[in-house]
Design a protein around this ligand. Structure first.
Ligand code: GLN
Length: 426
């Protein structure tokens, strides 16, 4: 119970958005787009609500609203890298309230008390906390961090320590969580890395891999660093739950539509369990996303598909923020995917008094990155950022001290204002 008590407090997300608001900061903190969803997404919602009959406005099947299951099966089955797999909409698709609740159902369905879950840190804070809620034990393996390169990219800075991964995985490991493109670093796991991981997990028949791919369509260099789903590697389908969601792709983070694609037995377990948690998920948002998934494959704003437009639009924003950071003397670690940039803040200074401030959620003592993130948000340059220390376990939190995370899922005017303010850093 004590570890669950430790979770009963606000999180970093509940500290920095309010702090950004009260400080009149440009909010490059929490990762949500500050624009409206595209017109075709909004009109799809109207169409869904107005469809007569019970399908869109009443309870849906416990596994997934059928049109969404069909649309997802089509979507994955048509991906060239998935061509050797067949996603059956009736048995291989489960949806819930965002990828977060999909993962909750998956952990709940699989973990017995004391089961271990291996997480690669920095790891999105929700993973480890969910494991603790289930009575499981998170085991952390750090990505190696090397900031010495001339031009910093997330794939070069953050690399795997395969010996450490191998050492952390054992018969007690029930789940390994992967995340590509990665939050917060923007790293995209290469085929070589995933292949090595697959050869490690192959030794453990009971080990299930969760692959969080919510940023899968925000990819900047698909030739050099393509998005690769772990499930598509040889023999990995049977042990992998591919998780994704609509929030980042369609700028609808508040709709909370997420899904898992995976083998019948795992999907059934999650579905059976979901009946006792939220019974089923909202039909209307799922129906809307089913429509969006079809439209997203059509030409959009001069691009071959909406997905191509989305990646190009984010690439432009990445360029703008990277230039502003470089000009301000904060070296960006260029992400290969996703909508965050981690940047080296080792040269920045701030008053010691920040460490003494009341913080809703900081660990004690307050880590450097946390204090700096607060100072950057409320005083100089009044740009809200997220400290990466919540993405680390207590023993490795020191690795977070010299960088912070900036979100670039923000409109031009906000990115412009951020540039002006970043230039005031002395
Ligand atoms: N995934 C988003 C981020 O990393 C939002 C996280 C959250 O609000 N829990 O910023």
């Amino acid at each position: 119970a004590s570890s669950i008590d430790a979770l009963s407090k606000p999180t970093v997300w509940h500290e920095f958005s309010p702090l950004a608001n009260t400080s009149n900061a440009v909010n490059l903190g929490q990762g949500f787009p500050n624009w409206d969803p595209p017109n075709f997404v909004v009109s799809s919602m109207v169409d869904s609500v107005q469809t007569p009959g019970t399908a869109t406005n009443q309870y849906c099947r416990p596994n997934c609203h059928l049109p969404l299951a069909n649309a997802l099966a089509d979507e994955y089955n048509e991906r060239p890298s998935w061509s050797h797999l067949t996603v059956d909409p009736m048995t291989n698709v489960m949806s819930s309230l965002g990828c977060t609740q999909v993962m909750y159902c998956a952990f709940r369905a699989l973990l017995e008390k004391g089961d271990e879950v291996v997480l690669l840190e920095p790891a999105f804070d929700i993973y480890g906390s969910q494991v603790i809620l289930m009575g499981g034990v998170p085991k952390f393996v750090s990505l190696k961090t090397d900031l010495s390169g001339a031009a910093l990219t997330s794939n070069d800075v953050f690399t795997f320590d395969f010996d450490a991964l191998e050492a952390a995985i054992s018969e007690k490991t029930r789940v390994l969580v992967l995340n590509t493109p990665h939050n917060p670093t923007g790293k995209m796991y290469s085929r070589e890395e995933l292949t090595k991981i697959s050869s490690i997990v192959s030794k453990y028949p009971n080990l299930v891999v969760f692959s969080d791919e919510v940023y899968e369509h925000i990819v900047f260099d698909p030739e050099e660093s393509p998005h690769i789903s772990f499930a598509t590697l040889p023999n990995m389908w049977d042990r992998t739950l591919t998780m994704s969601s609509a929030g980042k792709t369609f700028s609808t983070t508040g709709w909370k539509v997420g899904w898992a694609i995976g083998p019948d037995d795992l999907i059934k377990k999650m579905t059976d369990l979901q009946q006792w948690v939220n019974f089923s998920s909202p039909s209307v948002t799922q129906d809307t996303i089913a429509r969006c998934l079809k439209k997203a494959r059509e030409p959009y704003e001069g691009f071959k598909t909406f997905y191509d437009w989305l990646a190009a639009d984010y690439k432009k924003r990445r360029g703008v923020l990277e230039a502003s950071l470089t000009a301000a003397g904060i070296s960006p670690i260029s992400p290969q995917g996703g909508f965050f940039i981690c940047a080296d803040t080792s040269k920045l200074t701030f008053p010691d008094s920040v460490y003494e401030e009341e913080s809703l959620s900081a660990p004690s003592p307050m880590p450097r990155d946390w204090a700096l993130a607060r100072y950057m948000t409320h005083t100089n340059p009044k740009v809200a950022v997220i400290p990466p220390s919540p993405f680390y376990s207590a023993e490795n939190v020191d690795q977070a001290k010299n960088y912070v995370r900036f979100a670039f899922c923000k409109t031009d005017d906000l990115l412009d204002e951020a540039k002006t303010r970043l230039a005031t850093i002395d």
